[in-house]
Design a protein around this ligand. Structure first.
Ligand SMILES: Nc1ncnc2c1ncn2[C@@H]1O[C@H](COP(=O)(O)OP(=O)(O)OP(=O)(O)O)[C@@H](O)[C@H]1O
Ligand SMILES: Nc1ncnc2c1ncn2[C@@H]1O[C@H](COP(=O)(O)OP(=O)(O)OP(=O)(O)O)[C@@H](O)[C@H]1O
Ligand SMILES: [Mg+2]
Ligand SMILES: [Mg+2]
Lengths: 165, 162, 162, 165
């Protein structure tokens, strides 16, 4: 199962639909301070089911919706999708591509989709349970937190190993 | 599940010892458990000894040494339980030039993992297979742009020489 | 002492507003107190609006924006209460090339303060009046060495262009 | 009152007596990871009276004493001095240079000295009370802690302003 693309629309500073393709290898993202790089990282955490508002650097779940800028009005919804190559059928879905999507509306209501069909977070977690992708504990290292594994207590560290087991 | 956890820790430990020596170009590291405590309750301790130094607690490691130790531990977990992707947001911020090289070299070893790496370092950029720029040409609105690196092979960030 | 604290906050606030606009090349910042709470009990809040952006909580600032806001605040305190020296340990780690320039420019403004800056960035090195290297030629033992920067004016760290 | 020099001997990885002169302007310190740069920063905090073992990244006050290396035996004491130019007599000491020194022995005993004479930490704090040097809250920014002023609670932030008042 390979991650092939990320699509953001109305998510944080990405007001317009923006797609990032991920060919095999190392994809590097650069840009000035404040341009939106860590927002891309937040988008990946969010679509995988991140529930903690603090970890998304906001105060409210709707803080991820584009809040407007000098020249644009705020939007009413945010949507992010992750696409995976499933030709090897590792994920229990009958399709060559699996696309998981998360949406949130100004009202605070949110939804998850798998290939366009409404699903629950539990379905997404089960989808990946064999591959490890959904366990963020070690697949997303946030800015400034690289030494989190070292500074954590021995017990918290054990929890990461339990997730990897 | 106790057996499973034990096996996982053992596998990660093996990879961690190997990867630590690789990223540091020497030295030794290990994962240590308290044998008297039940595996499901115990605390997982890390010991790390950079090359040429005495073994000391991980608290005394320098900023860059901590980063490299964590990179080795993270990749050891990846080795034991492959994961389709890994996102690293400015993980190289504390590294000197020699360690940026070792960091990008070891990432290249993991062919099955898709890395998404955010950085300000030109040296890390030159290790990219795909390169994206993110800018805010229109204030407050992020856009993705193509980035042409003048000459990818040459563009190395001349950090203060190691 | 309530009066003294009030005066200090007011002076720092003035310097902070000015220094923030200087390090960001625009935007606006402020120090806000809760008027209903006694000065000796109150909480001191910071608001910061980088140029071209809407005012948002400091939690939503990016890594580099936070660094620059803190540098402006720190130097505002220095302006209001001069201190013979200031030690900055890899404060520039999260900054892009343009911000490293602004950071070193603003340090040069503080002639009465002695700055001791630890860094891996060649651009910050090129702003030094005095340059020291620290190495461990003999394992585990630190020594101070003289550092000749090939051509100080030229040696700029080509961070990913802003 | 200008800071003119720092001298370390047996402090952390500086086994041999090492002196850093600080002419006016910006002094930049560079070097590979793990070479001892932050140990220089710790030395400055320590001589100004730092009491917290954690803030010096150790577990015990004697962790600052050179603990040996592949080719050297551990030492029995650590000593650090900071020198200030006092020709303007801003510091209440009758001398052109004021040198404050801190020592610690393997036994755990420590002492402070002002121009070679034994003093207490209170004497050092009083010496600087007019200049702000001894208040570390904003004169030393440790590695990885640049945004401490922002992430601190509003009350802790007030405490920094109180120190500056
Ligand atoms: N909901 C939102 N709507 C619009 N803009 C937002 C929203 N949430 C955050 N932002 C903006 O995104 C910017 C931060 O972006 P981000 O943290 O991704 O920067 P970065 O590229 O990682 O920078 P650095 O290199 O400094 O880490 C902030 O300036 C913030 O105002
Ligand atoms: N008491 C001691 N005796 C000998 N060595 C020590 C002692 N305390 C710390 N060290 C060593 O000092 C080294 C750390 O140095 P320091 O943190 O100053 O590095 P640095 O130059 O700041 O590196 P970086 O660029 O990675 O931040 C560690 O490797 C540690 O083993
Ligand atoms: Mg960022
Ligand atoms: Mg350091």
């Amino acid at each position: 199962t390979r991650l092939t693309a990320l699509e953001l629309c109305g998510f944080k500073s990405f007001a317009d639909r923006t797609r990032f393709e991920f060919p095999p290898g190392i994809t590097v993202v650069v840009g000035p301070n404040g341009s939106g790089k860590s927002n891309v990282v937040d988008a990946i955490k969010w679509v995988l089911g991140e529930q903690s508002v603090r970890s998304l650097r906001g105060r409210d779940m709707t803080d991820v919706i584009f809040a407007g800028s000098a020249g644009r009005k705020p939007l009413n919804a945010a949507e992010t999708s992750l696409c995976f190559d499933n030709t090897a059928r590792r994920l229990p879905v009958e399709a060559d591509e699996v696309r998981i999507t998360r949406r949130v509306y100004r009202s605070g209501e949110g939804e998850y989709l798998i290939n366009g069909e409404v699903a629950r977070l539990r379905d997404i977690r089960e989808l990946f349970s064999g591959t490890g992708a959904a366990t963020e504990a070690y697949s997303v290292i946030e800015q400034g937190r690289v030494d989190a594994l070292l500074v954590a207590s021995g017990r918290d560290r054990r929890a990461v190993f339990e997730e990897a087991a | 599940s106790r057996r499973l956890l034990g096996d996982t820790i053992e596998t990660v430990r093996g990879h961690f010892r190997e990867l630590f020596t690789r990223v540091f170009g020497g030295g030794q590291a290990d994962i240590v458990l308290d044998p008297d405590v039940d595996l499901l309750e115990t605390s997982v301790e890390i010991v790390a000894r950079p090359p040429g130094k005495e073994p000391r607690g991980i608290g005394l490691l320098s900023g860059g040494e901590k980063t490299m130790t964590c990179v080795a531990l993270l990749l050891a977990i990846f080795r034991s339980r492959p994961n389709p992707f890994c996102v690293l947001d400015e993980v190289d911020a504390a590294l000197d030039e020699a360690n940026v090289d070792r960091f990008t070299d070891v990432l290249k070893d993991f062919r099955d993992t898709q890395f998404i790496v955010v950085t300000h370092s030109k040296k890390t950029m030159s290790a990219a297979t795909t390169l994206y720029g993110v800018t805010m040409e229109e204030s407050g609105v992020s856009k993705r742009v193509a980035v042409r690196l003048e000459n990818r092979a040459v563009a190395a960030r001349p950090r203060a020489a190691a």
